[in-house]
Design a protein around this ligand. Structure first.
Ligand code: DQA
Length: 150
């Protein structure tokens, strides 16, 4: 991609709880790729574009909230977030995203709407620019492409 066509330059990728176990954790649902594979692949897509990616994973709700709050002063333009199980429970993380007022895309590896009923409620979707759910690791790539070009 030509670096002058890039829109968001500082993009934060946030991975919620248990995503550090990707590759090992329920591979029949989440696939065989590791979080490291996903992050490495995303970094490759930004080569020579001038885009800076920052990656953050935590199993702790408070750490995720603190990282979102940090974007008020660290130059982040755009957030791609898989809140994992906090998708269905965390009003606090939702409020953090609302507070920082940055555009974000919600990504899920699995299709949360084809699984248990408790996964079909997201506290994030109505305030996200868009949601990608069910496309596996490809969903992160599509979200990144959107963030860089739209
Ligand atoms: C997930 C879906 C969530 O329901 C689940 O709790 C996760 C991962 C996904 O990427 O498909 O941990 O966000």
């Amino acid at each position: 991609m030509d670096s002058k066509n890039v829109k968001a330059r500082n993009i934060l990728i946030i991975h919620g709880p248990n995503l550090n176990l990707l590759g090992v954790r329920e591979p029949e649902i989440y696939g065989g790729v590791t979080l490291q594979d996903i992050n490495r692949n995303l970094s490759r897509l930004t080569e020579n574009t001038g885009v800076k990616l920052d990656f953050f994973q935590s199993n702790a709700e408070s750490a995720l909230i603190d990282r979102v709050q940090q974007t008020m002063s660290d130059g982040t333009d755009f957030i791609i977030i898989n809140p994992a199980a906090y998708t269905h429970t965390s009003i606090a993380l939702r409020d953090a995203l609302a507070a920082v007022k940055l555009p974000f895309i919600e990504v899920h590896l699995s299709n949360i709407y084809s699984r248990e009923s408790f996964r079909q409620k997201s506290y994030f979707s109505d305030s996200a620019i868009g949601i990608i759910s069910g496309l596996g690791a490809k969903g992160y790539e599509l979200a990144l492409e959107y963030a860089m070009t739209s």
